[in-house]
Design a binder for this molecule. Structure first.
Ligand code: GAP
Length: 511
């Protein structure tokens, strides 16, 4: 309890309030009451999202040579037939129940899990109904009785064209465009197996009970890769040597059956040799994701890959190893890694009647697929929570974002509100902007207050223009993390900031 007798806020509430106040995320269409589970990213959230996407593209797409990864920017509206063939129309459902009194809709599995602390994943409607009846569960809000549990399809339907137009759906995953365009991409790029197709874009799910801020929303951004592999070559990844020694943490099915929660540590190579992972393509992505997530500020021991139990594995998958991050609200899945086999291409071939196989040495081949599927909004929440700091005696809370992800790289400030310092500082700010650096300018309040404001939104560096800048062309850079300061030549600023952001140098190098 605080001095005022108010309940101490949970970490999630603190982060969520800060994220709202400091311009990371707002409810969408707020002045009209908005729609539950739909959010807009504010100025800082939008910048962080762009930085995250850029870092992901570089690491998982642009720098990949063997296999190469091509990009796609497909439609978010897909025809009924495509989603019938993919299985989403019949199987992309959650069990739902409604209150007969207040009419609130809820996920039946969440209701049971929250009220009885019972694991019910994969249970039939009959089993769920029985548990609700036997335990006399009612509406958590008003205590009213509950309807029968039914399956609710999570896709959002749209009517394309005027009355009696074509029924379509907003895509529930970006992956489907990739399967539908697979043959086109292969032919236009003259691609040979193995190769990947990546897509970044919005997906939509009509979640029954959106919750926990950005963790379960109805409109979100995915970054997905479908890696297409010759079925006889799934055991050979041409660049596996690059990742073979990377350590990864996996929670196996056997461990979960025994109730263990501490993942085992292995290497990418060992995980394949010991058959913990089904193939080196899966191990390749788990290793890269381990490197990538640490570079976003999520500590190594705060995430692992969980082999999903058969009853939780998505209908299209021959095995999932999802990346889960430890958060104050529990362990949350942030990346779905699925071994999709040839499930999607085969189904689209059957239902469309079109040949999506490719010819390899005169033989028709339907490739197997390994898919890493990243959620952007969930990653942003994880970064906010894991980079949040309040305990080092500064007197204000702050975010320790890695420079490449930080929405703003540097704050440019005149030491005092006097000329020529203000003019030099503003010109410096303009020059840095013209050179593509994410910088901001602030001349209001004391320097200490401006440092505090910069820390609060996770700006890694402050650049102060003082009287020496006018005389000797030097500026002072302050490092957010160590609070150390270094004096450098103003003409080196662009190069130094660029190197600090890309990690080529760290701040100690300047001292
Ligand atoms: N193509 C495979 C696929 O979509 P998924 O596990 O359903 O797999 C992948 O989703 C990722 O998309 C999740 O790990 C999560 O990061 C993100 N995601 C899924 N549903 C979400 C939701 N309702 N709100 C926010 N992110 C979501």
């Amino acid at each position: 309890m605080s001095g005022k007798g108010k309940e101490e806020k949970s970490l999630f509430e603190k982060i969520w309030t800060l994220a709202n106040h400091r311009g990371f995320v707002f409810p969408s269409a707020e002045i009209y009451g908005g729609i539950a589970g739909i959010y807009d990213l504010g100025p800082l959230g939008a910048k962080m999202k762009n930085n995250l996407i850029q870092a992901w593209r570089e690491f998982f797409v642009l720098r990949e040579t063997n296999p190469p990864v091509y990009e796609l920017d497909g439609s978010t509206i897909l025809p009924y037939e495509a989603l019938k063939a993919s299985g989403h129309l019949d199987s992309f459902t959650d069990p739902t129940v409604s209150c007969l009194k207040c009419k609130k809709w809820m996920r039946a599995d969440h209701l049971i899990e929250d009220s009885l602390d019972m694991y019910v994943e994969g249970m039939t409607l009959e089993q769920l109904n029985r548990i609700i009846r036997e335990n006399n569960l009612g509406c958590p809000d008003c205590g009213g009785g509950l309807s029968e549990v039914t399956f609710f399809n999570l896709m959002l339907e749209v009517q394309v064209g005027p009355a009696d137009g074509q029924t379509a759906f907003l895509r529930p995953e970006t992956a489907q465009d990739i399967f539908l365009d697979f043959k086109r991409v292969q032919q236009s790029m003259r691609a040979k197996l193995p190769f990947g197709i990546a897509q970044i874009g919005k997906s939509y799910r009509n979640e029954i009970s959106p919750r926990q801020g950005l963790i379960r929303v109805r409109e979100f951004t995915q970054m997905e890769i479908e890696m297409f592999i010759h079925p006889n070559e799934i055991g050979n990844h041409p660049s596996f040597d690059k990742v073979k020694d990377i350590k990864i943490r996996i929670l196996t099915r056997e461990q979960q059956k025994k109730g263990e929660t501490e993942p085992l540590e292995t290497t990418a190579k060992e995980s394949v040799v010991s058959k913990i992972l089904p193939n080196p393509y899966m191990a390749y992505y788990l290793a890269k994701e381990t490197i990538f997530y640490q570079s976003l500020g999520i500590p190594y021991d705060k995430f692992h890959f969980r082999h999903m139990m058969p009853e939780e594995t998505p209908f299209y998958s021959g095995g999932n190893f999802d990346l889960e991050v430890e958060l104050s609200i529990g362990r949350k899945e942030i990346i779905g890694n699925a071994y999709r086999t040839n499930y999607d291409l085969s189904n689209h071939m059957k239902k469309s009647g079109k040949d999506l196989s490719i010819s390899v040495d005169g033989e028709k081949v339907i490739p197997e697929v390994v898919e890493p599927s990243f959620g952007v909004e969930r990653a942003i929440y994880c970064i906010l929570e894991h980079c949040y700091r309040e305990d080092d005696g500064r007197g204000w809370s702050w975010f320790q974002f890695p420079p490449k992800i930080a929405p703003i790289t540097a704050l440019i400030l005149p030491l005092v509100r006097r000329e020529p310092l203000m003019e030099i500082a503003f010109k410096t700010y303009e020059t840095l902007k013209e050179n593509g650096l994410e910088v901001d300018y602030d001349d209001r309040g004391s320097v200490g207050k401006r440092y505090a404001r910069a820390d609060e939104i996770g700006i890694p560096f402050c650049v102060t223009v003082d009287y020496k800048t006018a005389e000797a062309s030097t500026v002072t850079i302050r490092d957010r993390d160590s609070r150390e300061q270094a004096v450098i030549n103003k003409n080196d600023l662009i190069e130094i900031l660029s190197k600090l952001v890309s990690g080529i140098i760290n701040f100690e190098k300047l001292l």
